[in-house]
Design a protein around this ligand. Structure first.
Ligand code: ADP
Ligand code: MG
Length: 238
């Protein structure tokens, strides 16, 4: 079953065409990595799926529904940004609860969802702390927790690890992999980091200049790059 479907998507900023008639189908529960150099249109594509940009032409479907003109909040998606965007004055628990309170969920339902997310992300001991009292990795987990408690179908990650040091990045890669194995959500993950893509992805979409050059499993991309660009960016040295 297709989770996210992008149809003939074109996105222009003024006269600059950033995405050109792009098509992409992502399976339910898949970990799909958008990989490519800076400026190739990864964030733009993600933001089109999220509903944060008005697309010039084309359509976006999520869970079979045409969401092209839906508000971000009605799309069944949760975004995790590079800058964690936590509310600094609120505790971790409050940060997790906030969106659910606005959505007027019952108190016990909110508590149950926070408990589950805190267990999965192993942040139970941090619930009473404020963001300033957390490490970068812990903040990142809380940011993921905010998407998790909302019970969304699709997680969108835009370079969530790029502000972290190499050791923490490696740790969180392992955690994200584990998280994906424990969840049924679809994940779309933007990065320019080949190692992240190879270790996390079920499939990788390699982008250049707003065009998907190749969409395949990490192994196929690595062993059988379709062109010199993909080969140079990620492929085998031979
Ligand atoms: P990536 O995430 O792959 O680094 P982006 O999607 O952010 O790339 O950007 C793709 C292209 O679109 C770049 O040339 C960038 O300068 C341009 N761009 C991105 N956002 C805007 C914007 N709001 N207005 C004008 N141009 C933009
Ligand atoms: Mg980007």
């Amino acid at each position: 079953m297709t989770s996210v479907s992008v149809r003939d998507l074109t996105l222009r900023f003024g006269s600059l065409e950033v995405l050109s008639s792009l098509n992409l189908d992502i399976n339910e529960g898949e970990f799909l990595v958008l990989l490519g150099p800076s400026g190739c249109g990864k964030s733009t594509l993600l933001n089109c799926v999220a509903g944060l940009l008005d697309i010039s032409e084309g359509q976006v479907f999520i869970s079979g529904k045409n969401v092209t003109w839906e508000e971000p909040k009605d799309r069944g998606i949760g975004m995790v940004f590079q800058s964690y965007a936590l509310y600094p004055q609120m505790t971790v628990e409050k940060n997790l609860a906030f969106g659910l309170q606005i959505a007027k969920l019952p108190k016990d339902e909110i508590a149950a969802r926070i408990k589950r997310a805190a267990e999965i992300l192993q942040i139970e001991p941090l619930l009473k702390r404020k963001p300033a009292q957390l490490s970068g990795g812990q903040r990142q987990r809380v940011a993921i927790g905010r998407a998790l408690v909302r019970d969304v179908d699709v997680f969108l990650f835009d370079e969530p690890l790029s502000n972290l040091d190499a050791k923490l990045r490696a740790e969180l890669r392992v955690e994200l992999k584990r998280l994906h194995q424990n969840l049924t959500n679809t994940m779309i993950y933007v990065t320019h980091d080949q190692i992240e893509a190879l270790t996390l992805a079920d499939r990788i979409a390699v982008m250049k200049g707003g065009i998907i050059q190749q969409l395949d499993t990490p192994l196929t991309i690595y062993n059988k790059p379709v062109n010199l660009f993909v080969a140079g960016f990620i492929g085998s040295p031979s």
